[in-house]
Design a protein around this ligand. Structure first.
Ligand SMILES: NC(=O)c1ccc[n+]([C@@H]2O[C@H](COP(=O)([O-])OP(=O)(O)OC[C@H]3O[C@@H](n4cnc5c(N)ncnc54)[C@H](OP(=O)(O)O)[C@@H]3O)[C@@H](O)[C@H]2O)c1
Length: 217
């Protein structure tokens, strides 16, 4: 995030404004999860594979009793996910897509060749149900969510986030059309969310923050 709270610019391009240290931090966090979760828009714009390129991170996973790569999970309501994206060219771990029956049949056919689809008949994916499915069907105990803002906000609204890892980078972008951490929505969150700072690290000009999110219950 920039100093003024932006996570990208108005074009939603994959802007590269953080250091190598931050990218390594992201990979370390990703490597902790049994699954890594991403929203369709971020997947489309950043075209990420969601792998774990460093052997030592994979070895640490195996030593902890995890699979060498996290399960890769994509969430989309409309389901128009391009099966040519890079993630589908990489076979490091299974890919699971949570979407709805709004996904056109031609997309279903192509995506089924590369991923397991969970399609609900609601307008949108029930995120709590999705997490339950991940737990019961895929034995997932921890999920590393890499955004974007819309998905993060939806998870926050349903009180489904335990921890936030936030890197503050020394830039300002400005612009009302550039999303902040919780997206572009002008609405307030249903309630203000109390966070508790559990770690703060400064490396060069970036600040690495870890917050525990206080739950409603
Ligand atoms: N700076 C950073 O650290 C960082 C991190 C992540 C992303 N980003 C940037 O953020 C931008 C994308 O942000 P965003 O807010 O547009 O994207 P997003 O949250 O990645 O994706 C939004 C899309 O994901 C699906 N989705 C979100 N919530 C859902 C839910 N509850 N149920 C089912 N599907 C759901 C929908 O897909 P459908 O439209 O297919 O229905 C929705 O349109 C990109 O530019 C990316 O580069 C920056």
């Amino acid at each position: 995030m920039t100093l003024d709270g932006k996570i990208t610019t108005k074009n939603f391009t994959a802007v590269d404004f953080t250091s190598r240290e931050d990218k390594m931090h992201l990979l370390r966090q990703r490597a902790l999860g049994d699954a890594v979760l991403i929203g369709h828009s971020t997947l489309k714009h950043d075209n990420v594979r969601l792998g774990v390129p460093h052997p030592e991170l994979r070895e640490a996973r195996v030593a902890r009793g995890q699979t060498d790569y996290p399960l890769r999970v994509i969430v989309s309501n409309e389901g128009r996910i391009d099966s040519n994206l890079k993630i589908f060219q990489s076979e490091v771990s299974p890919i699971v897509i949570f979407s709805t029956l709004r996904m056109p049949v031609r997309y279903q056919k192509l995506l089924r060749q590369k991923a397991t689809l969970h399609l609900s008949d609601a307008r949108s994916v029930d995120l709590a149900w999705m997490l339950q499915q991940l737990r019961s069907e895929y034995r997932v105990r921890s999920v590393a969510c890499e955004g974007g803002a819309t998905l993060f906000r939806n998870l926050l609204e349903e009180d489904l986030v335990d921890q936030l890892n936030l890197t503050i980078a020394p830039y300002m972008f400005g612009g009302a059309a550039a999303p902040t951490l919780t997206g572009l929505s002008k609405d307030f969150l249903p309630r203000s969310i109390r966070c508790s700072l559990t770690d703060m690290r400064i490396v060069a000009e970036e600040c690495f923050l870890t917050y525990r999110i206080k739950h409603r219950r």
